[in-house]
Design a protein around this ligand. Structure first.
Ligand SMILES: Cc1cc2nc3c(=O)[nH]c(=O)nc-3n(C[C@H](O)[C@H](O)[C@H](O)COP(=O)(O)OP(=O)(O)OC[C@H]3O[C@@H](n4cnc5c(N)ncnc54)[C@H](O)[C@@H]3O)c2cc1C
Length: 443
């Protein structure tokens, strides 16, 4: 089953020329197109399927500063400020609410990790604070909730994945961008060693700059042009309930469950420790780069082989021609199947922890493919060897909340404006020049 998703209108005719062609209509591409168009650039937003239909509508919707990698904290701060103004700017409710995120635990080790994070983040004004056992039990009064403490981030929250990318794409359109769905970009048009445009399934668009915000497909796209982009995905399952009584206003992480209260009064539920690492040709290609992350996250992964080995963004596709259908057209929307085996046990845990939710009904379940970088932070960057190409991808399971900020950062860099935050941590070169990537942050 697919998640709910608001429809976006497409423009019929492709422009002959734009300043910036944006590949990918997820939250990143839509936010970048919106920022670019508002700053006066001529933009085409090109999406092989539907706006928001891949990761950007399949996620939990958390807009989270808590437990972020230090390198992302300035950008998430910028993004949270942008979220705050988007409803007024666009005239549409994106569901953004600072309803808070709450983490509780029975593990002293986990508590110490959160404490270290809160101390590290003190200068970033995230508003997070540690909770005593009594506070944690009062705020998350679950049966069996013998919490020894927790952490609360009252200024974090959630937005609605069904609306966010579509609202941004529509707003970009009103600001002058054109939006093209069912319009895959087969490749870059290179002229004299630099980007001269894109070749889409409906024809060429001349563009001095191309921003690739292709999510899980970005590595394959880059490889076709000889650019290595170590990127790997995991399959994750999530489900939502129909409206049910309130047991928490925002997001809650316990050792047994992750739930988030939705705008419609239902809950988004995820089972802990059940992301699935599927072995794929691309995964094997970049296995060395991902080994430290794999070791750090091993306990939260199951490993196996699935259809993604032969179909999807990490399968082998060779050097496709730009004059016939490309792999992108063969997968308009990459929708990995949910692991239904997790749903009934998670519902039983939910009802066990919160008797008020015993009668809750599962409304939909779906799968999502989370694209990651070896160090767990994205690339928002030029690519030195190919002038005119920018990348904004690899958001490593937390690109929704940071999306408006990341799109805005990419737009500022493309237009040569002073960026709101330092883009250095997101440099592409770090992945290929032997830089020490450090340890991936918490998820
Ligand atoms: C189950 C799950 C839970 C998550 N929970 C959270 C959360 O709570 N908070 C959070 O911040 N993040 C979360 N994330 C991560 C977040 O969803 C992603 O980081 C974010 O949506 C990435 O946005 P994107 O625009 O880069 O990618 P996508 O949304 O995947 O968009 C990329 C788009 O590019 C298009 N495309 C690719 N190649 C081409 C091409 N050649 N031509 C045209 N179009 C192309 C694709 O069709 C796709 O629509 C979660 C993800 C999942 C799957």
């Amino acid at each position: 089953m697919d998640p709910p998703l608001q429809e976006v209108a497409s423009d019929a005719a492709l422009p002959a020329r734009v300043d910036v062609a944006v590949i990918g209509g997820g939250i990143i591409g839509a936010a970048a197109a919106y920022s670019l168009a508002r700053r006066g650039a001529a933009v085409a937003l090109l999406e092989k399927g539907r706006i928001g239909a891949e990761q950007s509508s399949r996620n939990w919707g958390w807009c989270r500063q808590q437990n972020r990698d230090r390198r992302e904290l300035p950008l998430i701060g910028h993004s949270m400020r942008l979220w705050e103004g988007l409803a007024a700017e666009t005239g549409a409710d994106l569901g953004f609410r600072r309803t808070g995120l709450l983490y509780v635990t029975r593990s002293a080790e986990e508590l110490a990790t959160w404490e270290a994070w809160v101390a590290m983040a003190a200068t970033f004004q995230t508003g997070s604070r540690m909770l005593s056992a009594a506070e944690a039990r009062a705020m998350a009064p679950a049966s069996g909730g013998d919490w020894i403490g927790g952490v609360h981030s009252p200024r974090d929250g959630r937005a609605e994945p069904a609306f966010a990318a579509p609202v941004l794409a529509e707003a970009a359109r009103r600001a002058g961008a054109s939006v093209h769905q069912d319009c895959a970009v087969r490749g870059l048009d290179l002229i004299g060693g630099r980007v001269g445009g894109v070749i889409t399934e409906r024809g060429r668009i001349a563009a001095g700059t191309v921003l690739c915000a292709g999510g899980a497909w970005a590595s394959m796209f880059c490889r076709r042009h000889g650019i290595a982009l170590p990127q790997a995905g995991v399959r994750s399952t999530i489900f939502i309930t129909a409206p049910a009584p309130e047991v928490t206003p925002g997001g809650l992480v316990t050792p047994d469950l992750i739930i988030g209260r939705r705008l419609d009064g239902g809950y988004t539920v995820a089972a802990l420790n059940r992301a699935r690492l599927e072995i794929t040709p691309q995964g094997l290609r970049y296995a060395r780069a991902f080994l430290p992350t794999f070791r750090a996250r091993r306990a939260s992964l199951t490993v196996g082989i699935g259809r993604s080995a032969i179909a999807g963004p990490e399968a082998i596709h060779g050097r496709w021609s730009f004059s016939s259908p490309s792999p992108f057209e063969r997968h308009r929307v990459f929708a990995p199947p949910p692991d239904m085996a997790i749903v009934a046990p998670a519902m039983a845990r939910l009802g066990g922890a919160f008797p008020a939710l015993r009668g809750a009904v599962v409304a939909r379940a779906w799968g999502g493919w989370i694209d990651s970088m070896p160090d767990g932070i994205p690339v928002i960057s030029t690519v030195e060897r190919l002038p005119g190409l920018f990348l904004a991808t690899g958001f490593s399971g937390h690109g929704f909340g940071i999306g408006p900020g990341a799109g805005d950062l990419a737009a500022a860099m493309i237009l040569g404006r002073t960026p709101a935050v330092d883009p250095a941590p997101f440099r592409y070169g770090r992945l290929v020049d032997g830089s020490d990537l450090g340890r991936p942050g918490m998820m």
